[in-house]
Design a binder for this molecule. Structure first.
Ligand code: FES
Length: 138
């Protein structure tokens, strides 16, 4: 299990859904991806949480998504869930993933942690932009 940056969040508190707690306690696809085809790195300037998302893309689909997080329980859960949400998705399907979709798939987030879904969705869209940029040869 990755370390939650905020010790206050080391144990998910009340207000977290079972899905959030499950992804926090058993994060999926956590770790480094060697030679990723695309990366997205986002930080939240207010809370300081950070997410590095790495994608392997093959035949127009996300073959693998891995991530590393320096963040709270909600951001770890959002990162874990996002990696499952986009695995196998076409690039268009991945581009359609919104922060609202992340929140819904997590079974909701406390209002004070809603921005964790923004971190996840923004890292995904940045990674997709990184891939398009590399494809163009920029
Ligand atoms: S406190 Fe976790 S994303 Fe901001």
């Amino acid at each position: 299990m990755p370390e939650a940056r905020d010790s206050q969040d080391a144990r998910p508190a009340e207000g977290y859904s079972e899905t959030v707690i499950d992804h926090f306690e058993r994060p999926r696809n956590n770790g480094e991806l060697a030679d990723p085809d695309a990366i997205g790195y986002m930080t939240n300037p207010v809370c300081g949480d950070a997410l590095l998302l790495m994608l392997r893309i093959a035949d127009g689909r996300i073959a693998e998504a891995r991530w590393q997080s320096d963040g709270c329980a909600a951001s770890i859960a959002a990162s874990s869930l996002l990696s499952e949400l986009v695995a196998g998705a076409s690039l268009d399907e991945a581009a359609a993933v919104t922060r609202e979709a992340v929140v819904e798939a997590l079974g909701g987030l406390p209002t004070s942690k809603l921005h964790a879904s923004v971190l996840a969705a923004d890292a995904l869209h940045q990674a997709l932009a990184d891939y398009r940029k590399k494809q163009r040869g920029d």
